[in-house]
Design a protein around this ligand. Sequence first.
Ligand SMILES: *[C@@H]1O[C@H](CO)[C@@H](O)[C@H](O)[C@H]1NC(C)=O
Ligand SMILES: [Cu+2]
Ligand SMILES: [Zn+2]
Length: 175
Amino acid sequence: MHLHYALIVTLALCTVSALAEKSATMEAIAYVEGPVVKGNVTFIQNGCSENVHVHVYLTGLTPGKHGFHVHEKGDLTNGCASTGGHFNPDKMDHGAPGDEVRHVGDLGNIEADANGVVDTTFTDHLISLTGKRTIVGRGLVVHELTDDLGKGSHPDSKKTGNAGGRLACGVIGVK
Ligand SMILES: *[C@@H]1O[C@H](CO)[C@@H](O)[C@H](O)[C@H]1NC(C)=O
Ligand SMILES: [Cu+2]
Ligand SMILES: [Zn+2]
């Protein structure tokens, strides 16, 4: 009984091809570039419904926290401006990575050290490298200001976290 249930859940969460490669590790990378901020971000997922491990290497930031999101489009025609809004396939409000209510693309903040460098790793449970929440082909954006995680008083708080301008961006591609 329990085994059947687990199988049905697995089938519902994974595509047939992902199931065939159930143990395959998927990897994606974004080369992030702006006038000053540069770096790369790698995403690793060990199976279709597993958490995604994110490795961030960035330089050129001001020390402190910066909003960090997956945006809807991998379109850099007009630089970071053409990446659209936060990737939000579930039509939710903006939130923190650990919140029930959040955009899929809400990865919170990254924190630059005194030298303006970010070299960090974190895990996210909602983004995916496959299926309807896949971030492959979408934009990755680093912001000027701290993301208030939907808890601020600014009118944009529940939409963008009021994280200010877009300092640098890149397209997430298969690695
Ligand atoms: C990402 O950036 C770091 C720091 O500059 C560098 O050491 C690393 O080789 C880069 N990774 C890739 C895949 O380019
Ligand atoms: Cu953003
Ligand atoms: Zn958001």
